[in-house]
Design a protein around this ligand. Structure first.
Ligand code: X2X
Length: 345
């Protein structure tokens, strides 16, 4: 991204605004008492923990000049997580660690990560975010009007339900699943023969508790921290169809109100917090350490690992959905990501 043209654009915009705004620009030290950081879940989850780590690092490293307050539950927008990106752009939210899923209604390229079975595993996801595709995504977010700083991770989204073990698309037939409010998920679950309903995370939990929906998909750390086994979720299928990365961002005007030195502190702190957060999100879910799976089984939950052939069957059924969305995302970007995964270590 060309930062000079970005700054110029910001200055041009500022001249149209009121005098106090310009004064704040020329006296960059005039910081707000508090900056609002939005996340969907709180510090009991790796995602919210990442927010806590970022806030603490920034507070320490700026000697309190930049004081971040966390608003989990996307509470600044009443839990309506698919409005988060617009709210950051408009300044209702100052900073966020957001899921690409929740921002994809505004930024179509972010659907890249929701292409079923694209990333395959942690190495595949790292190959995408750490290379050209990841750089392009950051440029796209920047162009969409929000300052992107670092990657984090919610995790691979696994399938859970209250009814039966799922090993094939046929096992999903007619089951009612809560899905996130992003259209690609409707296409995926419909293609698999299930009965999907879009709702926010806040609405999902009562819907699971009452049996209005029978299943959902989310990373294992969300499963344990939200105690989804107490919401009738007795079956988990680890299909790893979607990796759910997070992006650390700051509202453009807030960013420009900080001194270059403080901008650098916020950026470096986001990178450091992102690395720590990703390690927390993967804990117990690596080849070397599968303790998270044992933990879930100990809750009385049946955890099913699919064979490569079984995964291949889901992938085959979802091929038309993949191809349709690859066009929306941009064939070029999808190809770069696919090549990165194919070359992964
Ligand atoms: O709503 C979800 O499922 C969650 C918490 O994972 C996201 O915000 C994408």
């Amino acid at each position: 991204m060309n930062r000079r043209s970005l700054l110029k654009a910001g200055t041009a915009g500022a001249t149209a605004l009121t005098a106090p705004f310009i004064i704040r620009h020329s006296h960059a030290q005039q910081y707000r008492a508090e900056y609002r950081l939005s996340t969907v879940v709180g510090p009991a989850f790796p995602w919210g923990k990442g927010g806590e780590i970022w806030s603490n690092l920034v507070r320490e490293r700026t000697q309190g000049r930049i004081n971040i307050k966390m608003y989990p539950g996307v509470s600044l927008i009443n839990g309506d997580q698919t409005r988060e990106f617009s709210a950051i752009r408009q300044g209702v939210i100052d900073m966020a660690i957001g899921s690409t899923i929740n921002w994809s209604p505004q930024v179509r390229e972010l659907n890249l990560f929701s292409l079923p079975f694209l990333s395959q595993d942690h190495a595949g996801l790292d190959a995408i975010t750490g290379n050209e595709a990841g750089k392009r995504i950051m440029q796209i977010v920047d162009k969409a009007g929000v300052m992107p700083l670092a990657w984090g991770e919610n995790g691979f989204r696994e399938l859970t339900n209250s009814r039966r073990e799922i090993r094939t698309p046929a096992d999903m037939k007619g089951l009612k699943f809560r899905i996130v409010g992003s259209p690609i998920f409707t296409d995926v679950f419909t293609a698999l023969g299930a009965n999907p309903t879009q709702m926010s995370w806040a609405d999902a939990q009562p819907a699971l508790a009452s049996g209005a929906v029978e299943g959902q998909e989310n990373p294992m750390h969300i499963f344990t921290a939200a105690k989804l086994h107490t919401l009738a979720q007795k079956f988990v299928t680890r299909w790893g169809y979607v990796a759910d990365p997070l992006i650390f961002v700051v509202n453009r005007e807030v960013w420009q109100s900080w001194s270059p030195a403080d901008q650098e502190i916020v950026r470096a702190s986001a990178v450091d917090a992102g690395k720590q957060e990703i390690a927390i999100a993967r804990k117990g879910l690596t080849k070397a350490d599968t303790s998270m799976i044992r933990e879930v089984e100990a809750l009385g939950v049946k955890v099913t690992e699919l064979t490569p052939a079984e995964k291949g069957e889901f992938q085959r059924v979802l091929k038309p959905v993949y191809d349709k969305w690859a066009k929306t995302i941009g064939a070029d970007l999808v190809k770069i990501a696919e090549d990165a995964v194919a070359r992964r270590g």
